[in-house]
Design a protein. Sequence first.
Length: 291
Amino acid sequence: MTTIPIGASKRTRNTTQKVMWGLFGASSIINLTALLIICSFVLINGLPAISWTFLTEAPTDSMTAGGIWPCILGTILLSLGTMVVSFPLGVASAIYLNEYATPGKVVRIIRLGISNLAGVPSVVFGLFGLAFFVTFFGMGVSIMAGILTLGILVLPVIIGTAEEALKSVPQTYREASLGLGATKWQTIRLVVLPAAMPGMLTGAILGLSRAAGETAAIMFTASVFFTPYLPTSVFDSVMALPYHVYVLATAGTDIEKTRPLQYGTSLVLIVLVLGMNLVAILLRARLQKRR
């Protein structure tokens, strides 16, 4: 039997490690470069359209002039409403799967279903929302129908990250709490959840980003081509930034004339998503300091 010298084996491992680090570094550079190119392109083309009028007024002249304030408001309502609905449900589902459910076939099927839902195209969720919330429950094209549809869309992401956050909490935390006489629910509520919350907020950030940028899921359930009125209840329809960009780019009355508005709306959407994510990141950092 041929033996490999220790020195040669070590050199092989070092070479493999350098190659892998090089591939990871190159992938990171490519992704970062693509992100910078896209953001720079949108910034250069969209910045000239940004003005106080653009941010505070409604579209006018068949959406070839005016602003996007109804779209901004609609996007904020849909995004925050989605988190209000999906985050508690996602955390509750993760608590059941990680803390209460007995490992077995049923749990494996549930986790498989969650993983499959995460890969379903958003247009499928949109058609489901149209059939279930808009038609079956009679909500019509409304904020509530859009929130519930987006909530289901981002739920798999939140469940997955919340469950991983619960798994990262050391088992000794649970054992110490139970040993002091606390019940299982008290242990989860007062010990496990506070320790896992920063990780759970990572899922909320990912879900918020996806909800704010979705078009297919809301074009059937919540958004309209144009409405001159701001929403007064959750059963009113709204305009939204991603759908507004789609309309301007594909179905506008004068697509070339609205080109600056398309880039300006895209820039506002990016900044809005970054702003909401920044708030969530700061909240997560604050919770991590308290641990």
